[in-house]
Design a protein. Sequence first.
Length: 234
Amino acid sequence: MKSFSLVLGLCLLSFGLNPILIEANPLIKVAENNRTKRIQFEQGEISTTFEDAVIRGTRNTYLLGANTSQVMTISLTSLENNAVFDLVAPNNTILKREVTNTHLVLPDNGDYKIIVGGTRGNATYNLYVEIYDVVSTQRIKTENYRIILRSYCIEGAVTCNHVSYEGINLHTGDSIQLAGKTIHTTCVDGVTPCRFLGYQFVNGDYTYIVRSDGSLLVYQANNLILQEEGTWQD
């Protein structure tokens, strides 16, 4: 009877281990489904859009070679709002984690990784990537902020839809980077841009306006929540 109990106990122990071995197999299959693609723009283009999908539990990685001080904009939209991405620098520093859009000045030369994953189930998505060189840089100082404006557009362009805003809090060191454009009055035909007014940057419900005189205005919806005079720096 003792020997029978010992054998029965060993059988039950072995049976109890089986579920662990069975659950390990899908993890191997998930790893095999991860995909890596290199982003290459068409000649003369500075942006591209991918229509793709990611299977639950896997990741799609996009590699993009870029240089220090270039500006990168990424926007990810998904049918069920269930896709996010991480942005990883060439030195493997995670610059952004689980976001759907970003706009930033790049810190290093090399391959950047855009890693897309789903937050629930399978995710079908559009990934927009734009990267460009800075043509000109302007600086403004207000009472509480240091502002750096970077433009891609060629000198002499009347309008520009590729302008970046970097605002640095002089007291805390906190910073924000946004993408925007120039703003103008319109001529009598109601279409042609006339007098230059400044720059506009949108961040969700917030709109940042940098006027031509250097002043900074921040609106939440239609409410003015911040206004500071500024001076252009050399």
